[in-house]
Design a protein around this ligand. Structure first.
Ligand code: ATP
Ligand code: MG
Ligand code: MG
Ligand code: MG
Length: 565
């Protein structure tokens, strides 16, 4: 490809709303353009990268024997009503009506649709097990779309669904998918961990998430220094007493509101080291602000007298250990979330406060006035929530817990019969009886993977693509080619030779300064750069620079293709 025919859309300006490196770089390198909040167009360069993620994913899916299908994004409400999710899903589900006033939604996921397909197409146990997958657009009206394509409202997901006669068969496919996911993320060259996860609104019992490790990740994950144990902190087990630590997490779930300020911002307000904080929640109401933090380790909260968020100062109240113990039926002095201050989640109409008290990891000092709606039942599983702290012994007895931040790029679930039961998706079993199928589902955030890869691989000059994700492998940059006929000929020939050798090369044949070319190629992250100039022609050499190397190397002109292969 030539840059005169494949224009690079690089820009100097970093958009004001781009908070993290990948978002900034995806705009600057010309991979995406914003249409509206959480909606992005993929430009040719960005799409080339996303197609590589799709290709690797598809290859691994095919290896497992999964069959590709393509389901509509527009889904009739009736199917969602059958499973009860039409009511349960909440405002993230983008609902609409057709011209006949019938209800539809834009699919955030496809369990209902695939289960409908399966109950019609699969009649006999002999057709099982079977796995379908698709790579397709999903729609989620995220409360706070942010970080570019990392959390957008329309995104590309690979979703797969498996159908089985029994749980043993599901287990086999689940393990195969776990392995396929491991292969995919290895192939993509990402530093990732598979972690035990909560299955959230999708349902089911067993579930794993795949996280790309990056400081900007929205999830905290805990893993052992000496074993395979790894879990999303929300699910992680700990030997520490639990105190009230469930409450902030639960508040997060109940009001379904992601972080609205960065952890650094909140910790700045509170004078707490940001590294101590696993998760923050700030919900701005019409009059008041709720702040909840999940903190790890020891910290001195003596200095905190008030918090000030967006100009509103709120005094803190303290409670004694005894009060805390009574209020929340827990051991005093435990490490837990501190929940500060009161009130309002306007759009979810939670207004009644119960003056809930939280542990603050300090003798006799616990914050009162944590937001909790009086009528809201405390869910049973709150007692099971555990918070893990750095240095804890690993629950499997091997090694200690280390905490890291992760970006959720994949999620696999054992659904069991949740959807098949509700939608009566059965087959005739060997005994001639109808038997409800057992299901699994498996997602990868294809478009999010691109952003996650950049988050993990960049420097101050731009993106550093892992080889298998790079939009082009080699950049060919001639210096002042437009002033030298001889150089032009040599560059054209080298370009043709590289193509003939099967090397994916981007020939920068623009009439621009060499420095301009280099900074573009570095910004868009091409792994290998070859510079040809008149001087090199004289001495029979080209300059070669790897994206990650400090200095250039001289390579004989005749050897460059073998060198690159
Ligand atoms: P998150 O916790 O980040 O909101 P999720 O748990 O809601 O994600 P799943 O329902 O598990 O997402 O969907 C499968 C995958 O789709 C996720 O692992 C993630 O990679 C991707 N994904 C989910 N929501 C978004 C989004 N808004 N933008 C981009 N990718 C997303
Ligand atoms: Mg989500
Ligand atoms: Mg999640
Ligand atoms: Mg998930």
């Amino acid at each position: 490809m030539r840059t005169t025919q494949f224009p690079l859309n690089t820009v100097k300006e970093t958009p004001a709303d781009a908070e993290i490196a990948s978002h900034q770089l995806m705009i600057r390198a010309g991979l995406i353009r914003k249409l509206a909040a959480g909606l992005y167009t993929w430009l040719p360069l960005g799409l080339r990268v996303m197609r590589k993620v799709e290709k690797i994913t598809r290859e691994e899916m095919e290896k497992t024997g999964a069959l590709e299908v393509l389901m509509p994004g527009l889904q009739p409400a009736e199917l969602w009503q059958e499973t009860g999710r039409w009511e349960q899903y909440g405002p993230e589900l983008a609902r609409l009506k057709d011209r006949h006033d019938r209800d539809f939604c834009l699919g955030p996921t496809h369990e209902e649709i695939i289960t409908d397909l399966a109950r019609n197409e699969i009649k006999s146990y002999k057709q099982l097990p079977i796995t379908y997958y698709q790579i397709q657009s999903k729609f989620r009206d995220e409360i706070r779309p942010r970080f570019g394509v990392m959390r957008s409202r329309e995104f590309i997901m690979k979703d797969a669904y498996s159908f089985h006669l029994d749980h043993e068969s599901l287990q086999v496919t689940y393990e195969a998918m776990h392995q396929a996911y491991t292969n995919i993320f290895n192939h993509l060259g990402l530093n990732f961990r598979a972690v035990i996860a909560d299955s959230g609104s999708i349902g089911g019992a067993v579930s794993h998430e795949f996280h790309v490790l990056a400081d900007s990740g929205e999830d905290a994950i805990a893993f052992s220094t000496d074993s395979e144990y790894a879990a999303n902190v929300e699910k992680a087990e700990s030997v520490m007493p639990i105190g009230t630590r469930g409450s902030a997490t639960e508040a997060l779930t109940l009001i379904d509101t992601p972080n609205q300020h960065s952890i650094e911002e909140v910790c700045g307000f509170l004078n707490i080291p940001a590294t101590q904080c696993l998760k923050t929640l700030i919900v701005k109401g019409e009059e008041d602000t709720l702040v909840a933090l999940l903190l790890r380790g020891d910290h001195n909260l003596n200095d905190i007298k008030a918090i000030k968020i967006d100009g509103i100062a709120s005094p803190l109240e303290f409670a004694s250990d005894e009060q805390v113990g009574n209020a929340c039926n827990c051991k005093p002095g435990s490490i837990g979330p501190i929940g500060l201050n009161i009130k309002i989640i306007a759009d979810r109409s939670v207004t009644l406060m119960s003056n809930f008290v939280c542990g603050a990891n300090q003798d006799d000092k616990h914050y009162k006035g944590v937001n909790w709606e009086r009528d809201l039942p405390v869910p049973d599983h709150i007692a099971d929530l555990r918070m893990v702290v750095e240095g804890d012994p690993s629950p499997d007895g091997k090694g200690q817990i280390t905490l890291a931040r992760g970006i959720e790029v994949g999620h696999i679930f054992q659904l069991g019969t949740k959807y098949s039961e509700a939608m009566k998706a059965g087959v005739i079993n060997e005994g001639g009886k109808n038997q409800i199928m057992t299901m699994g589902c498996y997602g990868i955030g294809i478009s999010r993977v691109v952003a996650a890869a950049i988050e993990q691989n960049h420097d101050d000059k731009g993106i550093i693509w892992p080889t298998n994700l790079a939009p082009f492998q080699v950049a060919l940059c001639p210096m002042n080619m437009h002033k030298s006929e001889r150089l032009k000929e040599a560059s054209e020939k080298l370009y043709q030779d590289l193509l003939a050798a099967g090397i994916d090369v981007l020939f920068d044949d623009r009439k621009v300064r060499a420095g301009f070319m280099f900074s573009d190629m570095e910004l868009i992250g091409i792994p290998h750069c070859i510079v040809v100039g008149d001087r090199g022609l004289d001495s029979g050499t080209v300059e070669y620079k790897a994206r990650t190397a400090e200095a250039n190397e001289e390579i004989p002109f005749a050897d460059i293709i073998d060198f690159l292969k």
